[in-house]
Write a protein that binds this ligand. Sequence first.
Ligand SMILES: Cc1cc2nc3c(=O)[nH]c(=O)nc-3n(C[C@H](O)[C@H](O)[C@H](O)COP(=O)(O)OP(=O)(O)OC[C@H]3O[C@@H](n4cnc5c(N)ncnc54)[C@H](O)[C@@H]3O)c2cc1C
Length: 619
Amino acid sequence: MKKTDLELGMGRDITRRDFIHDTSLAALGLSLPLGVYACSDHGQAGQYYPPTRTGMRGSHPGAFESAHALAREGMSFPPPNDLDETYDLVVVGGGISGLAAAQYYQKKFGRNVRILILENHDDFGGHAKRNEFHQGGQMRLALGGTHNLEYWQFSDTVNALMDELGIEIEDMLRHKEFGYGRNGRNGPAVWFDAETYGQNKLLTGVDFSEPDPEKLAAWIDEFPLSEEARGQLKRFVAMRTNVLEGMSEADAEAYVHGTRYVDFLREHGGLGDEAIQFFDSADDGGWGVQTRSLSVAECVWERMPGRQLLGEDLAGETFGYNPAMFPDGNASLARLQVHALIPNVAPGTNANNVAVAEFDYDQLDRAENTVRLRLNSTVVNAANTGSGVSVTYIKDDKALRVKSRHCVMACYHAIIPHLCPDLPEAQKEAQKYQVKRPLLLTNVLIRSSAAMDKLGIAGARCPGRMHNSVFMFKGINTGGFEHKFADDGPVAMTFWGTIAPPAEVVELNDQMRASRAKMLALKFEDYEREVRIVLRDMLGPAGFDVEEDVLAIMVNRWPHGYSHDYLDLWDPDWPEGEAPHLLASRPFGNITMANADAGADAYTHVAIDEAYRAVQELS
Ligand SMILES: Cc1cc2nc3c(=O)[nH]c(=O)nc-3n(C[C@H](O)[C@H](O)[C@H](O)COP(=O)(O)OP(=O)(O)OC[C@H]3O[C@@H](n4cnc5c(N)ncnc54)[C@H](O)[C@@H]3O)c2cc1C
C-alpha cells in the first residue's frame, strides 16, 4: 500500500469489504475492533439482510453479469429446468414499478392471484435501495438510490396508492429538517480541492441564486481561480440584459431550447473555459448529464445562473425544492409495498414505523404465499406461449423456467429486446433508445458531525471532484425514525453525482456508455480513496481524522440510473404519439411494459403510473 493510502486510512478495518457481508455480529466481534463491530451486519447469525451490506452496493457484483453476458456477448444459456410453479403474473424487476404492478394486479384480478416477482439484485426496491448502518447501538439510514417523493407532480393514481399505504405527505414535510446540505449554519458551501484548483478552500454561504451582484462578487473574489476567470464571473453575475429582446416568442423559445448553456455562457456571459469549469458538473445529480450537454432552458430551469441575461428579474427569488422524504429515501416506500404484498415480512408495519420495522427476508419467497419475491434472479427470456407466458431466469448459475398467465416487464427497457427477441423490430429499436444515465451515491458513516458543525456547513458542492456534492444525511424524522439535525453523533455523509465521461466524447449516448464503463471499471478502493481525500482535505482542518473517523462505506453505483427523459439538444420533437417510449411500452401478447422508462421520466410517480397502465392492458 502506498504511503499516501496509509495516511488516508486505507489500511484500516472498516466495514467495506464484500467478504464480510453475511458474517454475524458475533463473529465480527471476535475479529474487529469495537467501532467496526458495531457497524457490521445487523441481525441474527447467518440471517439474510442485505440493507446492512457494505462495500459495492447499487449494481453490486453478481447482479448484472448474466444480463451482460446475454446482451453484450449474445450468450445463450443451457436449456432451463422447468419448475413446478405456475403463476397468474410474473413481474420482471422488483423496483417500485414492479411492486406497484403486483399491487394493481391484485386489485384488478383479485387478492388470491398468484404472483412471482423476479429481481436480479440481492435486495428489492430497484433504485430505491436502503443503506443501513449500525454504530454504537444506533441505527443510521442513508440513501442507496432513489431519494424522495416529488408529490406536487403526483397523478390521482399515485395519490391513491400513497393513501392506501398510509403515506401522509404533509406529515412527512413537517418532520423534515434536511435540505441537501443547503441548510448549514452558514448556508450553501463550495469546496475547491487542491488537485483541481491548486489549493483546498471551503467557502460558505455561496448561493448563485443570490440576486445581489455585490454579494456574489465578494464570494467570487475568494474563488481560487485566475484573476481573469474571477473577473469574468463577476461581470457575468452583474449583467442585466435580455438577449432575447426583439425576438418573436417562437424564436425566443427556439433559442433557449436550442442553444447549449455553455455556449450561452461563453457568448453572452463572457465566460472562458476556466470560469465555465465551475459549472461543468453542477447538474450531475439533477439531470444526470454534464452541463455541456444541456440547453439554456434546461440549466436555468435548474436554477443555474443566466436568467439575468434573459430579461428576468431575480429579486425575491428563493430556492424552493421541498420534496417529502423517508430516512432511507424511497426504500421505505418499497418496503411498504412489499409489506402490502407479503404481510408476514414485517407484521404490523405501517407508514409511521416502516423505516425502523424489522424485515424478515426469509418470508419473501415462500410457497404458501400468494405473492413471492425472488431475489438474485436475472430474467433472460420471456416468451408468449399462446395460453400465457414462459419466463426463464438465472439463479445460482442455473437456468430455471416458470409458467404464467401474464407478465409485466418492470425492468430497464434497453434489456427487453434481449429478453423478448420475438418483439417487433420497431418496438425493440424504441426500447434500445432508452439509454439510462449512470449515477453514483457513496455513503460514508463517520464518527461524528463535529467537523461539519464546526465549519457551519451541512454539505458542499465539490466542482472538481468525482462526486459533485456531499451532504450530511440526517434530519429526516419520518417512518418512525429519528435522527435530529442537532444530533452530533455518527452520521452518514452522502457523496452524490456521477462519473464524468471523457471530455472528448461528444454524442450523449456515447457519454453515458463511457461513464458507465468507467463506473464499472473502478474498484471499491478507488471510490474509497476518493471519499477519504475529500473528507480529509475538506474536514481535516476542523478536526476530522480520516484514519480514525471513517467507520463504514457503501458505494451505490447505478450504471443504469435515471431514465432518459428527452433533452432539448439530443432528441427530436416526435410527432404526436410516436415518441420512442410510447412505441417501446406497447403490449405484446400477454406481456406488458412498466418501469419509469415507459414514461421516459426518472421519477417514482412515473414508475407507479406506468405500472398501473401496464396492468390495465392485461386481460
Ligand atoms: C441514484 C438515483 C436517485 C434517484 N432519485 C430519485 C428521486 O429522488 N425521486 C424520484 O422520483 N426518482 C428518483 N430516481 C429515479 C428512479 O429511477 C425512480 O424513482 C424509480 O425508483 C424507478 O423505479 P422502477 O421500478 O421503474 O425502476 P428500477 O428501480 O430500476 O427497478 C427495476 C428493477 O428491475 C431489475 N431488473 C432489470 N433487468 C432485470 C432482469 N433481467 N431480471 C430481473 N430484474 C431485472 C433492475 O435491476 C431493478 O432492480 C433516482 C434514480 C437513481 C438511480
